[in-house]
Design a protein around this ligand. Structure first.
Ligand code: EPZ
Length: 434
C-alpha cells in the first residue's frame, strides 16, 4: 500500500481551490432515488467515498455517468431496495439512502453500520424519526428493514436530539422520508450543518416544501412527487479548514479559494485566538501567519460550534503553539487517534475522558506514523509539513476517502510531499519533484 513521504519545513505559497463538500454530496446524490427524472450534480469531489456512494446507488437501480466533478443520474429500475453490506460497511454514510428509499419506494434495507475508529456509530435517532412517520422498523441479521404502512407515511413532530446533541444524517434521513409523507412533519433538535441546508435547498429545487433548514426546527410539508434537478454542491468547509491549518502551521500566507467563510466562523475564531488571522475577500481566505501560534481552548459541538472533523487538524497546530491548549471532544469522545500518532512526532499531548491537553513544543520531528481515519490522516500531513526531517504516513487510503489529489494539490503550494510505495527510499520526495 502507498504512503505519503513528507520532508518538513518548506514554506508554502500560492492559492488552492477548494472542492465540493463530501458531506453534502453524499446525501445529495441519494436524492436521485426520489425522482423519476434525470439529475445533474456539479462540484462533486472525485474521492473514494463518492465512488462508493455511486456504487451503492447503482445497486439500487440508479445509473450514473461521471464527468470530472459532474455526475448525472437516472433511475433504470426500482427492484432492489437493499443497500449491500459489502459497500455500506466501508462507508457508514451509505445509511443516508434509508430515508430517500423509504419515502420513494415505501421500504428499505441497510446494514446496521458497525463502529469505526472514531467511535460507535449508532443510528437509533434515524430509526426513531422514521418510526415517528409510521415506518415499521425491524432488525434482522445485522440489517435494518424499514417499511411504510399501507396508507403511506404520515407527517409527525419528532425530537431528534441524542446524548451528543443533533445528528446530521438522522436529520437528512427523516427530512427525505418526510418529503412524501402525508401532512406536515416537524423535526425538533434538527442538525443545523450547512450540508443539511444544501440538501434541503436541493430537495426544494426538486419541488419539496421544506422550511427552517439551518435552524433546530425544520418543517416539511408532504408533496406527491419530485422532479429531476441540476444542483451544484456547496464547497467543503472541512477541506477549507484543513488547508488553512497547513498554511498556519508552516507560517505561509496561502490563499484558499472557492470556500464559504460563513461556514467556518468557529474555526476562524479559534485561529484568531491563536494569533492566526485569516483575511477574507469574497470566497477567498488568505492566512496571515504569525511567528508562533498561541495556545487555545475549544470544545467540539454541533454546528455552528467548532466541528469535530477539524479537531484532529487543530491538534496539529496546537502541538507547536506557545502554551497549553485544551480540546474537549463532545461528539466522538474517542476521536483522538491522531494525538497518539502526533506524539511519535514529538508532540506533548495527554488524552483522557474525551479531553486532550496539548503542551506546545518548539518543533516536531519527522517519523513513521499511521493514519487511522481521514481527518487523522489529514492532521498528520499538516503536522509533518512543519516537522523537522522526513515523515512517512501509511494507510493513506483513509485520507483519499475525503481529500481529492491531496498530495498533488499540496505540492502545487510548495509542500515537499510525495505519494510513494510503502518501501520507497527517503530520496523519493526529491525524485517526485524532479
Ligand atoms: C456526519 O456524520 C459527518 N459525515 C461526519 O463526518 C461528522 O463527523 C458528523 O456528522 C458530526 O458532525 C457525513 O456527513 C457523511 P451524527 P453522522 O449523526 O451524521 C451520535 C467525516 O470525517 N448519534 O451527526 O453520522 C453519534 O454517535 C465524517 O467527514 C447517535 O447517538 O454523525 C455522534 O456522537 C466523520 N445516534 C453524534 O450523534 C444516531 O442515531 C453526532 O453524529 C446518530 C448519531
Amino acid at each position: 500500500m502507498d504512503c505519503y513521504l513528507i520532508d518538513g519545513g518548506a514554506k508554502l505559497s500560492g492559492t488552492i481551490q477548494v472542492n465540493g463538500s463530501k458531506n453534502a454530496a453524499l446525501p445529495i446524490l441519494a436524492v436521485s432515488l426520489m425522482t423519476s427524472g434525470r439529475c445533474t450534480f456539479r462540484n462533486v469531489p472525485v474521492i473514494r467515498d463518492l465512488q462508493t456512494q455511486v456504487k451503492i446507488l447503482n445497486t439500487l437501480g440508479i445509473e450514473s455517468t461521471w464527468h470530472g466533478h459532474e455526475i448525472t443520474t437516472r433511475v433504470v429500475d426500482t427492484y432492489n431496495s437493499t443497500a449491500p453490506y459489502e459497500l455500506v460497511k466501508t462507508m457508514r454514510a451509505g445509511v443516508c439512502v434509508l430515508g430517500p428509499l423509504l419515502g420513494m419506494r415505501g421500504q428499505a434495507t441497510v446494514s446496521l453500520p458497525g463502529g469505526c475508529v472514531i467511535g460507535e456509530r449508532p443510528i437509533d435517532l434515524h430509526l426513531k424519526g422514521l418510526a415517528a412517520l409510521g415506518a415499521e422498523v425491524t432488525l434482522d441479521q445485522g440489517n435494518i428493514h424499514v417499511k411504510a404502512p399501507r396508507g403511506g407515511l404520515k407527517g409527525a413532530t419528532v425530537y431528534l436530539g441524542g446524548k451528543f446533541g443533533s445528528s446530521v444524517l438522522a436529520t437528512d434521513n427523516v427530512m427525505c422520508a418526510a418529503v412524501f409523507a402525508k401532512g406536515t412533519t416537524v423535526i425538533e433538535c434538527a442538525a443545523c450543518e450547512p450540508e443539511v441546508v444544501d440538501l434541503a435547498d436541493c430537495l426544494n429545487a426538486m419541488g419539496a416544501r421544506i422550511e427552517g433548514a439551518g435552524s433546530p426546527r425544520i418543517t416539511i410539508h408532504g408533496v406527491r412527487r419530485l422532479k429531476g434537478v441540476d444542483w451544484t454542491v456547496i464547497p467543503d468547509r472541512i477541506e477549507t479548514a484543513t488547508f488553512l491549518m497547513a498554511g498556519a502551521i508552516t507560517r505561509s500566507p496561502i490563499t484558499v479559494a472557492g470556500g464559504r467563510p460563513d461556514h467556518l466562523l468557529a474555526v476562524l475564531d479559534v485561529l484568531r485566538q491563536m494569533g492566526v488571522e485569516v483575511k477574507r475577500s469574497g470566497n477567498r481566505m488568505t492566512v496571515v501567519p504569525c511567528e508562533r501560534p498561541k495556545a487555545a481552548e475549544l470544545a467540539t459541538l454541533p454546528y455552528p460550534a467548532f466541528p469535530t472533523d477539524v479537531q484532529s487538524p487543530i491538534l496539529a497546530l496546537m502541538s507547536i503553539a506557545q502554551g497549553t491548549s485544551i480540546v474537549t471532544e463532545r461528539i466522538y469522545p474517542d476521536r483522538f487517534m491522531a494525538a497518539a500518532e502526533m506524539k511519535r512526532l514529538g508532540a506533548n499531548i495527554a488524552v483522557s475522558n474525551g479531553q486532550a491537553v496539548i503542551q506546545g513544543v518548539e518543533r516536531l520531528s519527522g517519523a513513521p506514523v499511521m493514519a487511522s481515519d481521514l481527518r487523522c490522516g489529514a492532521a498528520l500531513v499538516i503536522a509533518a509539513l512543519a516537522a523537522q526531517g522526513q515523515t512517512r504516513i501509511s494507510r493513506i487510503y483513509h485520507v483519499e476517502r475525503g481529500y481529492e489529489r491531496f498530495e498533488e494539490r499540496l505540492r502545487k503550494l510548495g509542500a515537499r510531499i510525495a505519494r510513494v510505495a510503502e518501501d520507497a527510499p527517503q530520496s523519493a520526495v526529491a525524485a517526485a519533484e524532479a
